[in-house]
Design a protein around this ligand. Structure first.
Ligand SMILES: O=C(CO)[C@H](O)[C@H](O)COP(=O)(O)O
Length: 272
């Protein structure tokens, strides 16, 4: 009995030192209070909440990105719809985003009915100093790029591990490239010959064989040469010209703002 009381107290102590508190300020904005031990999840949440509070207002048509950080953005959208009665339309970038929107009782839109969006809020695998992004770690790059291209602004939400000077400094899994299944070998060979590095077909974890995207395609992850100075805009354009390439996870000149949740509960920003 004494032992279980002791264990319960120590769990409580550790929880109270980790918990992130979101408080409502006088103008009803939320902010992250700083605690001794902020987790990576807290950092994601701080960035996501900040982006939603800065960019979403009544009647916004918002693109909902994919990945684990976006989950917090959807929580915050739902919270504000409930508290403030905001009228929003949410356009998903993946099956995951679509489910999140539905589960949170938000209004689901699409590009047929909502071809123009006010903003797209999305995560990233890496953001360099010039706001070039690597996206597609979760395999949703095609729809993410299409939705972002339809938005007035693309706002990135990320934790501090995504912030880098040069691509490849933080994200080591390579640049995802979505390809038509029949063409993955010639595309792999062409990119290796033209730009160096190596490409690997992304394999599924809970399924035999390769990952199949929401669009029925495969993903090649390109480990480029670290020491090389790539012009990402030119590289992206050249890869897009290879028959069978559907899209790349290089987002050049698309993101207008990036929020990075930090270890101490603050959120830093970068603008294009
Ligand atoms: O591009 C993506 C999915 O295709 C995600 O935005 C990216 O992988 C970041 O995900 P997370 O927020 O889980 O770190």
């Amino acid at each position: 009995m004494e032992r279980s009381t002791h264990m319960f107290r120590s769990v409580l102590r550790s929880l109270s030192s980790r918990v992130t508190v979101f408080q409502r300020s006088a103008n009803s904005a939320f902010f992250c209070s700083r605690t001794a031990a902020m987790s990576l999840e807290d950092a994601k949440r701080c960035a996501a909440y900040k982006a939603v509070d800065e960019y979403v207002k009544d009647n916004t048509v918002v693109g909902v990105g994919s990945g684990s950080t976006v989950v917090y953005a959807v929580h915050r959208l739902a919270e504000r719809v409930k508290a403030e009665g905001l009228k929003l339309v949410c356009v998903p970038t993946s099956f995951q985003a679509r489910q999140l929107i539905i589960e949170h009782g938000l209004v689901l839109g699409d590009l047929e009915c909502n071809p123009h969006l006010d903003c797209a809020i999305d995560g990233a695998d890496e953001v360099d100093a010039k706001m070039v992004l690597i996206k597609g770690g979760g395999g949703c790059l095609l729809q993410e790029k299409i939705v972002a291209a339809c938005a007035d602004r693309m706002v990135v939400i990320a934790d501090y591990t995504k912030d880098s000077i040069k691509l490849g400094q933080q994200y080591r899994k390579g640049i995802p490239i979505e390809v038509a299944p029949m063409a993955y070998v010639p595309i792999r060979n062409k990119i290796e010959t033209q730009f160096g590095g190596s490409l690997k077909l992304r394999m599924a974890v809970a399924k035999a064989g390769p990952v199949v995207t929401d669009n029925g395609n495969f993903i090649l992850d390109w480990s480029f040469v670290d020491e090389k100075e790539y012009d990402w805009d030119a590289v992206n354009r050249a890869i897009m010209m290879i028959p069978g390439v559907v899209d790349t996870g290089l987002f050049v000149g698309m993101a207008t703002k990036a929020y990075f949740g930090q270890k101490d509960g603050t959120v830093t920003e970068r603008s294009a």
